[in-house]
Design a protein around this ligand. Structure first.
Ligand SMILES: C[S@@+](CC[C@H](N)C(=O)[O-])C[C@H]1O[C@@H](n2cnc3c(N)ncnc32)[C@H](O)[C@@H]1O
Length: 467
């Protein structure tokens, strides 16, 4: 039933039915679709309507009348404010069930193509501490929680943590994060303590004053650690902090810093200075090693990336004499991983620095049958490219969330490789692309994979064979 509390429209006693796109929950009220955040299927809640469109409404929970029997207690004290792991209140087996169903729903409703049975989703062996990269922001005006406001005390507003969702200048100070194993928390807390005690000026995100602005902590499955500190300017106190990190955590393999006075925290175009140790850390998959520098991309859940790549390799079914294209190759991880099983692998990717990493990764592994090219896929993979390079027997494609451009799909239909292995982090755009490929390709296998427990994200691998 709808009621108005002042000007606010509230729907009362809404039973949450399921999970929809982008991890929001869905309910139907008088045949109208309602999306709600921060609830679980099975909850009964009063919902404050925050947005009303022709075909749907959006809202947030005001009062819970019943909690779903499928709920669990979130393990993190920051749950609900920090946007990192929004599904902590849903048990992992049920998260997997929803993700699996999300893949099926997208392929059926958007793809509308004949499908084989979808394999059971492959869960992640680690459901906490699975990320190998975290990026924290300093602020001199941290976000206050309701509990902190309730103390009525004048609080120190300097903090180090994550952006509150949807906000560039609201930083939630983090005590414990369950994303990355220790010493990740110890490093962050020690850095914060040092900066507080030594009056290193915390960055002001609005006025762009202050100095220490960002902390990146990366690790690899070989237990190598990289720490990068971003300062807004050269400052007498900078090296004191760097020395503190070095002496407190001698285990750090690569300690670096950046002077960044730009309007944002990206540093791909800035010089990264080595303070101590090596300029990179090393990742490994089977007998292949990958060099990960401060600017290199590497899949965030490395253990599960290995499972994903094994599925892609298995679907490719290589015998050793095939030419393979690895589209959207990034730093050439898949290309180098499968190189020993193929005659030749050609990797294509937009980011030039990633292509340089991909070449380096071939070099350090003694891989001589790979070639890498940088450019926008739409312009790079054209008739000219095809007349100058071997035609692929197998294409592996791993595009960004937006999926492949129509022109790229048209080119794939022209190239007519025997097999296409489509790795996707967005089953909706994948389904759209599969519908376009349907004129020449049949979907033979589908394998959803969970790379990001406690979030709504799901990866999906599809094997297509030429009709
Ligand atoms: C999902 S990542 C795949 C990374 C890689 N396969 C891996 O597993 O490490 C998608 C990649 O596509 C690249 N990319 C995005 N848009 C592109 C475009 N228009 N042309 C070429 N590459 C693009 C991104 O830079 C990114 O490296």
């Amino acid at each position: 039933m709808a009621k108005f509390r002042g000007k606010r429209k509230v729907l009362e006693q809404v039973k949450i039915e399921g999970i929809a796109a982008e991890g929001k929950c869905i309910a139907r009220v008088n045949d109208e679709v309602l999306f709600v955040e921060g609830v679980a299927p099975g909850d009964v809640v009063d919902v404050l309507i925050t947005r009303k469109k022709k075909n749907f409404m959006e809202g947030k929970p005001l009062t819970f009348h019943e909690y779903s029997k499928d709920r669990v207690k979130p393990f993190c004290q920051h749950f609900g404010i920090c946007g990192g792991c929004k599904w902590q209140h849903i048990p992992y087996d049920i998260q997997l069930k929803y993700k699996h169903q999300q893949v099926i729903d997208n392929l059926e409703r958007i793809g509308k193509i004949p499908l084989p049975e979808v394999s059971p989703i492959l869960g992640s062996s680690k459901i906490k501490y699975y990320r190998n990269k975290l990026e924290y922001t300093f602020s001199n005006w941290k976000w206050l929680t309701q509990d902190e406001i309730a103390t009525g005390e004048e609080l120190d507003r300097r903090g180090l943590g994550f952006h509150v969702p949807g906000s560039f200048d609201k930083i939630l100070d983090i005590e414990t994060c369950y994303h990355q194993p220790d010493p990740s928390n110890e490093i962050r807390l020690s850095v914060r303590k040092y900066c507080l005690e030594n009056d290193v000026p915390f960055f002001d995100l609005k006025r762009r004053t202050g100095n220490v602005r960002n902390l990146i902590i990366r690790n690899s499955s070989l237990d190598q650690w990289m720490v990068i500190v971003q300062f807004a300017m050269e400052h007498e106190k900078n090296m004191g902090l760097m020395e503190h990190i070095k002496t407190s955590f001698p285990h750090i393999h690569s300690l670096q810093y950046v002077i960044n006075d730009k309007g944002n925290e990206t540093f791909h175009d800035l010089e990264v200075k080595l303070y101590s140790g090596e300029a990179h850390i090393t990742e490994a998959m089977e007998d292949v090693q990958f060099r990960v520098g401060p600017k290199s991309f590497y899949q965030t859940n490395a253990a599960q990336a290995y499972e994903l790549y094994k599925i892609a390799r298995d679907y490719a079914g290589l015998k050793g004499d095939e030419v393979v294209y690895d589209l959207y190759t990034g730093t050439g991880t898949i290309a180098n991983f499968i190189a020993k099983d193929a005659k030749k692998v050609i990797g294509l990717e937009y980011v030039e620095a990633a292509i340089e990493d991909a070449k380096l990764n071939s070099e350090i592994n003694g891989v001589t049958n790979t070639e890498f090219y940088a450019g926008d896929m739409r312009e790079l993979l054209n008739d000219d490219f095809m007349s100058n390079h071997d035609r692929p027997d197998v294409i592996i494609t791993d595009p960004p969330r937006a999926g492949m451009h129509e022109d790229v799909i048209e080119m794939l239909l022209k190239i007519e490789a025997e097999k296409i292995v489509y790795v996707s982090c967005n089953p909706a755009t994948q389904a759209r692309d599969l519908a376009l490929l349907d004129v020449k390709y049949t979907v033979k296998k589908v394998q959803p994979v969970d790379m990001f427990p406690q979030t709504h994200h799901v990866e999906n691998v599809v094997l297509l064979e030429r009709k």
